[in-house]
Ligand binder design. Structure first.
Ligand SMILES: [Zn+2]
Length: 72
């Protein structure tokens, strides 16, 4: 099991609208983004090809790794 004890929150901007989210882990932000996309950008998820989904994930991994940490 991974421990998130030492992880701080990061901010991540939606690619398709100005919404911003905060999460402590990659899994958490993926869940948040998925819910957000299903609610506000459903056609992007449902209309994406396998290659587009793969490209999205690759872009996401890079951007998440570089996302700014939230200082509280
Ligand atoms: Zn959005």
């Amino acid at each position: 099991m991974l421990s998130y004890k030492y992880m701080s929150k990061k901010t991540f901007k939606c690619y398709d609208c100005p919404a911003e989210f905060e999460a402590e882990s990659r899994e958490e932000i993926l869940g948040i983004l998925y819910e957000h996309y299903m609610k506000d950008h459903k056609e992007i998820i449902t209309g994406a090809s396998e290659e587009e989904k793969k490209a999205w994930m690759e872009k996401f991994e890079k951007d998440w790794a570089q996302a700014p940490e939230v200082t509280t």
